[in-house]
Design a protein around this ligand. Structure first.
Ligand code: HEC
Ligand code: HEC
Ligand code: HEC
Ligand code: HEC
Ligand code: HEC
Ligand code: HEC
Ligand code: HEC
Length: 261
């Protein structure tokens, strides 16, 4: 019982954090970005002088619409997209630029967590991609400057799965017997930032599968559960759909059309 309460509390917290970010996006977004001691905001035009490519790609992303409260208040410059993640850039520009010169590289997820509080919570769940551990960073799956920063929902089908395929070739490769679920993306079954369930599954039990494979009670025999044309009444009591002996090849199979193995 106690554990349940904690989980609900956490979900509520995440919901609040998401709310804060998304309500603010109607048009321009006002947020507090990372700081650099003694530096001021200079605006994207300054960055464009030396970083033409990043600026060009960037204008197409959500992040280019972010406005920085502190800068807006002081009437410095408005709509400083680059400095939202890299911090105020005056010292970097004065120094003629350079690696590690008065600029936040962006590799550190703390820059992202500053605004994406809910992601901080998600990567803190028990099963997660090792971002906080420093074994990978947000850019493994998100291109911070390009359009790829979009969610999978906005991506062409399959593109998101390609990202995963870089590291999980075996699950993402083509199979003789495909599981059509993968067309909805890996996120149909995995919360990839983090989850309370092993293997980052969205559900830990049969609900994972039943959300698409609705169970139907056979009209004549009450109390039985049919999935497809097969009576699952007994087998559903024995474990999950993806337990050994049932449908272990959830990512697709080369040998069995029912995804047994
Ligand atoms: C006068 C030219 C110049 C201007 C203006 C400039 N930069 Fe740079 N910047 C550089 C150079 C040169 C590098 C080093 C590139 C390299 O080594 O590949 C660099 C590197 C960077 C890096 C990588 C830092 C790292 O440690 O890896 C970031 C991030 C960056 N700049 C952001 C910005 C932002 C944001 C602006 C605008 C506020 C800006 N730059 C303006 C020249 C400039
Ligand atoms: C959403 C946060 C974010 C914003 C906004 C952002 N960047 Fe970056 N930037 C990053 C991250 C993360 C990296 C590290 C990427 C990597 O190593 O793969 C990076 C890397 C860089 C680099 C190093 C070279 C490279 O491309 O890896 C430069 C230069 C740079 N950014 C410039 C800019 C400029 C100019 C803008 C504005 C047009 C900008 N950034 C906006 C997050 C951001
Ligand atoms: C293992 C790959 C992966 C890593 C690493 C990753 N993301 Fe994501 N992210 C995704 C995928 C996939 C989606 C789309 C989720 C969906 O459509 O349900 C997403 C969606 C998002 C979204 C928009 C939708 C939402 O859930 O609010 C944000 C914001 C985001 N990620 C931020 C981050 C930040 C910040 C980091 C680093 C701290 C990060 N992500 C690291 C894969 C990743
Ligand atoms: C200054 C605040 C700020 C920082 C820093 C920041 N973001 Fe965002 N990010 C936002 C806002 C605001 C949105 C728009 C959210 C929305 O529309 O709901 C957004 C949207 C996103 C999305 C979803 C884009 C889409 O098309 O739906 C992703 C993914 C994302 N950010 C990843 C990152 C990553 C990775 C970093 C660090 C490299 C980062 N963000 C840094 C404020 C920030
Ligand atoms: C840059 C490499 C990389 C990318 C890209 C990547 N992952 Fe991962 N993934 C990892 C690492 C590292 C682990 C942790 C493995 C460990 O702890 O041994 C992991 C773990 C997982 C696990 C849990 C595995 C287990 O045995 O518990 C799942 C599920 C997963 N990733 C799915 C995805 C999905 C879905 C995507 C695409 C949205 C993705 N990954 C993108 C590197 C990556
Ligand atoms: C239909 C649901 C579903 C979809 C879609 C899905 N997975 Fe999985 N995935 C699972 C289940 C269930 C497990 C756990 C299997 C187990 O515990 O035996 C799993 C486990 C994993 C693991 C851990 C290694 C393993 O095989 O146990 C990785 C890595 C993984 N999935 C990556 C991916 C990637 C990458 C995609 C997209 C190409 C994806 N998954 C799509 C259901 C799914
Ligand atoms: C996102 C929706 C979705 C999810 C989630 C999903 N599936 Fe599927 N699955 C499909 C679709 C669509 C088909 C192809 C049409 C059909 O056969 O019903 C399919 C086909 C199958 C088949 C082949 C049917 C046959 O002929 O034997 C099996 C077995 C299967 N899924 C098992 C699972 C298991 C086990 C899970 C949970 C780990 C799962 N599915 C989760 C959508 C989904």
């Amino acid at each position: 019982m106690h554990r349940r309460t904690t989980i609900i509390g956490l979900v509520a917290l995440v919901a609040v954090a998401v709310g804060i970010i998304s309500c603010a996006t109607v048009n321009r977004v006002v947020v507090a970005p990372p700081m650099i001691e003694g530096a001021k905001y200079v605006g994207m035009d300054q960055c464009a002088i030396c970083h033409e490519k990043q600026v060009k790609d960037f204008n197409l992303t959500q992040h280019s619409r972010i406005e920085i409260r502190e800068a807006a208040e002081k009437d410095e410059v408005k709509g400083l997209g680059c400095e939202a993640c890299h911090g105020p850039g005056s010292l970097h520009v004065d120094a003629g630029g350079g690696k590690g010169k008065f600029i936040i590289s962006g590799k550190n997820p703390d820059a992202c967590f500053q605004c994406h509080l809910d992601k901080n919570a998600e990567f803190g769940l028990q099963y997660h991609h090792p971002v906080k551990e420093g074994r990978m960073d947000c850019t493994a799956c998100h291109n911070p400057h390009g359009q790829d920063i979009h969610t999978t929902v906005q991506m062409p089908m399959g593109r998101a799965n390609e990202t995963c395929a870089q590291c999980h070739r075996n699950q993402a490769r083509p199979h003789v017997f495909e599981h059509e679920a993968l067309r909805e993306g890996c996120v149909a079954c995995h919360n990839v930032h983090g989850s309370i369930n092993p293997k980052m599954l969205t559900e830990r039990d049969n609900n994972l599968c039943l959300k698409c494979h609705a169970q139907v009670a056979a009209p004549s025999t009450a109390g039985t559960t049919y999935i497809g044309s097969f009576d699952h009444t007994q087998v559903l009591k024995q474990g999950t759909c993806f337990s050994a002996g049932c449908h272990t090849a959830v990512h697709g199979s080369d040998v069995n059309s029912h995804l047994r193995y």
